[in-house]
Design a protein around this ligand. Structure first.
Ligand SMILES: Nc1nc2c(ncn2[C@@H]2O[C@H](COP(=O)(O)OP(=O)(O)OP(=O)(O)O)[C@@H](O)[C@H]2O)c(=O)[nH]1
Ligand SMILES: [Mg+2]
Length: 419
């Protein structure tokens, strides 16, 4: 009997165990990505733990889901929200310039050596810089204060300039001020000089002239620029789970990714978007966002309103999650598309997949056939609760992603931003 082990660790545990000691394992062959194909007697299968054996290993996340510690408590919605921040309002105050100095040179036999007060240093500016290693705006704080320039000194000493403060943000961050877009940081290392530091003051040496050989004037530095900016991630995730409340979006994200959004049997359990990463054997990662439920009239700000339609706008492809425990699931699809198009015409035309969830329920099979006759696109039946057929969804997600890459995709810049 041939069995594939998805994880090397499972295989090692098996080899060191009783099965290898009694020669129950006959042969082991290593295949790509560190998996092993083992031939052994059918009896030995009974000895193995079910979590060790998987026939298809598209994603490591599924096996990790099975292995998760049941005693570990889920994080609250509030705590989960802190992990992914996709917009921030920041106040930036650049450093002020240092004061110019007023002093006169004096030494033995040279009592009137003239003015020697140095200039103050310039205040530090604040620059917003795109960094590909930063994944969310969670580490961006609400207030940044630039370093002040140092004051000038006697003996023509100039004050030191305040150093520049850098704020690292993820690629695709849009900088806005009062709804107006100022910058779109799409490439690694791209910078936006947000606020200028104040100029340093002049020392009295600067004012020396033929008319005035002993100037007493020294100016203070100017204050740094101050601004309130809004940072927003243009793209939130590759795929967005779109559906009515209770359709099972959060359950589905838990089933296919490493994310752990809260799941409950009442509507509007999810109040903020969560992003999970679906991992593939070739180390490709696809980000999937669980977006709070949409209801009819969402484009008129009903339910959780427009802000969540905006999150959908920032996903490159859409996964419509339909609840097959409801009598006519195809009407959900029509309503969802209507809401999306009302918010932004053409939004529902993005590359998409239709997911028929809750297939473990008895009435779902019949409804699935009717649903298929109502829609032209491919319908993927799954059960987020039991994990049934989630592998087809994971593979289809990859197809969507590869298609997106091949045709150049919707470039980040093509996704319109609403102010
Ligand atoms: N039988 C069955 N129940 C499911 C399935 N998926 C989800 N549920 C249940 O449906 C209820 C709602 O699931 P959630 O994942 O919280 O739904 P949601 O779409 O995230 O809901 P909101 O966050 O309110 O928008 C929970 O009681 C789940 O246990 C499924 O495949 N089968
Ligand atoms: Mg939810």
């Amino acid at each position: 009997m041939l069995i594939e082990f998805s994880r090397v660790k499972s295989f090692r545990r098996l080899c060191s165990g009783i099965l290898s000691r009694y020669n129950i394992i006959k042969d082991a062959r290593k295949v790509e990505s560190g998996s092993y194909i083992v031939s052994c007697s059918p009896v030995s299968v009974l000895w193995m733990r079910s979590s060790d054996v998987r026939n298809v290993t598209t994603s490591t996340t599924l096996s990790s889901k099975v292995r998760q510690n049941p005693k570990k408590r889920d994080m609250s919605e509030k705590k989960l929200t802190r992990h992914f921040v996709d917009q921030r309002r920041v106040k930036l105050v650049a450093g002020s310039g240092g004061k110019g100095s007023c002093s006169f040179h004096s030494e033995p036999r040279k009592e009137w050596g003239g003015p020697d007060g140095g200039n103050g240093g310039d205040g530090g500016s604040i620059i917003i810089k795109a960094d590909r290693f930063v994944k969310s705006l969670a580490q961006v704080v609400t207030l940044y204060k630039g370093e002040d320039g140092q004051s000038g000194g006697s003996k023509n000493c100039y004050g030191r300039n305040g150093s520049t403060t850098y704020i690292s943000v993820p690629l695709g961050t849009v900088v806005k001020e009062q709804g107006k877009t100022l910058a779109d940081l799409a490439a690694h290392g791209q910078e936006f000089l947000a606020v200028f530091g104040g100029a340093g003051g002049k020392g009295n040496r600067f004012f020396l002239s033929n008319e005035n050989r002993a100037p007493m004037t020294a100016t203070p530095g100017t204050v740094g620029q101050e601004r309130v900016l809004h940072l927003e991630l243009r793209t939130m995730a590759h795929a967005g789970l779109v559906g009515f409340p209770n359709a099972g979006k959060s359950s589905l994200l838990r089933a296919i990714s490493n994310a752990r959004p809260a799941v409950a049997a009442y509507p509007f359990t999810t109040l903020n978007p969560h992003v999970g990463i679906v991992q593939y054997r070739d180390h490709q990662q696809i980000a999937v966002a669980d977006i709070p439920g949409i209801i009819r009239g969402a484009h008129l700000n009903r339910g959780l309103g427009i802000s969540f339609l905006r999150h959908i706008e920032r996903c490159r492809f859409l996964l419509f999650v339909l609840d097959l425990s409801a009598p006519e699931p195809w009407t959900q699809l029509q309503h969802l598309r209507y809401e999306l198009d009302q918010f932004e015409p053409g939004l529902s035309k993005r590359p998409q997949a239709i997911i028929a969830n809750k297939m473990d329920l008895s009435e779902a099979q019949e409804r699935l056939e009717t649903l298929k006759s109502h829609v032209t696109q491919r319908v993927i039946p799954v059960s987020a609760l039991t994990g049934q057929n989630t592998e087809e969804l994971i593979l289809h997600l990859r197809e969507l992603y590869d298609g997106y890459l091949q045709c150049g995709g919707i470039q980040d810049k093509d996704i319109p931003i609403k102010s």
